[in-house]
Design a protein around this ligand. Structure first.
Ligand code: XIL
Length: 363
């Protein structure tokens, strides 16, 4: 060996390793790792938006936000024609400052909608005309207020039953009847022709529900495409839905030509739902007492998030965004440990597992 060889070895040994290893190769945050796949979102209540420490975490990891409650009907128009945009505006401002997109949730829903909407002056059932006039005023005012700032809207939320029929117990149904979805989307299209209009619901991996909904959407869109996308909420658990159910649900959205949003993802870790811990379909024949007890929920949750995101990444062609319904377990609407940060806002192994998976998945 010549001195040249040793000189090269010595030089390599004493040179600090920078360029290739630590820099470009792998993204450190979820929002960086997700580039080229889909947007990653988080639902935030106003108290999290106002909290500097918490909102920093949100802006670090996510590039999409949605108000957990602050853009629902009762929040934006608690009394007829008295609009209160302050909290919604705060989220929009926070998003703009941090280069995040904003999703609007939600215009027509049977819950969190004030009673006055459906009542006449004497407290009786308001006429279809009156409810339509109020809905038009609400949609017009809200969508125009946020025009150019909010690109995607959940126009109608949870209007179907688990059997895939219209939810007849909804006050919107009682007032507007079978045309309610068409009416709402038509009004939304007129209010902001540039917005992407979405139908959003839960339990979408269940065939009868999803298939009933997609059939209804196709029927409405036949005349004129007014429904652009579909939101699968994703309030799931450790056993349900199975990976096959998720894949099938995604395939059917793609076949229907709809943009797909996983809109409210969280994983319920409730003990009663916890009988296998590994993506096994909820199965009445399984005796939970015969299964291995879960000793480390962080590990089980990590594996569950990872297997779900493996499917999302495989289907990134049709998925526009994946949004988790809350920043951390202390700010979740359900008990347990459903989210990517624990109650003290420490990142869980699930978060790192998703980032690692994205980093190693070819775009
Ligand atoms: C929930 C919020 O997280 C709670 O804070 C609120 O009390 C009730 O609503 N489906 C939806 C969301 O579309 O708006 C719901 O959010 C969760 C279920």
């Amino acid at each position: 060996p010549k001195p040249a060889l040793q000189a090269i070895i010595d030089l390599m040994n004493k040179t600090p390793k920078t360029a290739k290893t630590s820099n470009s190769a792998s993204a450190k945050t979820l929002r960086d790792a997700s580039k080229g796949f889909f947007e990653v979102g988080v639902a935030l209540p106003d108290r999290v938006v106002r909290d500097e420490r918490l909102n920093k975490i949100a802006a670090l990891q996510f590039n999409r936000v949605v108000c957990e409650n602050e853009m629902k009907f009762e929040s934006l128009e608690p009394q007829e024609n008295r609009f209160t945009f302050e909290r919604g505006d705060r989220l929009v401002e926070f998003a703009q400052k941090n280069g995040m997109s904003v999703h609007g949730h939600t215009l027509v829903w049977h819950a969190q909608t004030p009673r006055w909407v459906f009542q006449d002056a004497n407290g009786g059932q308001a006429s279809k005309e009156l409810v339509m006039k109020r809905l038009k005023n609400h949609i017009d005012t809200v969508m125009k207020h946020y025009k150019g700032k909010i690109k995607t809207w959940d126009v109608v939320n949870e209007a179907f039953t688990d059997q895939g029929n219209l939810r007849t117990s909804s006050p919107w149904y009682r007032a507007l009847g079978n045309d309610l979805i068409k009416i709402a989307f038509t009004l939304a299209r007129e209010a902001d022709p540039d917005a992407i209009l979405i139908y959003n619901d839960y339990s979408m991996p269940n065939d009868p529900k999803r298939q009933g909904i997609i059939k209804a959407i196709k029927e409405i869109n036949k005349e004129k495409k007014i429904i652009d996308g579909i939101g699968y909420q994703g309030h799931w658990d450790l056993n349900w839905p199975s990976l096959a159910q998720i894949q099938k649900a995604i395939d059917e959205a793609r076949e229907a030509g709809l943009k797909l949003y996983i809109s409210e993802l969280d994983i319920n870790t409730d003990r009663s739902k916890r009988n296998s811990g590994r993506g096994l379909e909820a199965n009445p024949e399984i005796d939970p007492s015969t299964l291995q007890p879960i000793t480390d929920m962080n590990v089980v949750l990590r594996d569950r998030y990872r297997e779900i995101f493996e499917i999302f990444l495989k289907n990134a062609d049709v998925i526009e965004a994946v949004t988790v319904w809350g920043l951390d377990d202390a700010h979740s609407w359900i008990r347990g440990e459903p989210l990517l940060y624990d109650r003290n806002q420490n990142p869980k192994p699930a978060l790192q597992a998703i980032i690692d998976l994205m980093n190693k998945t070819p775009k």
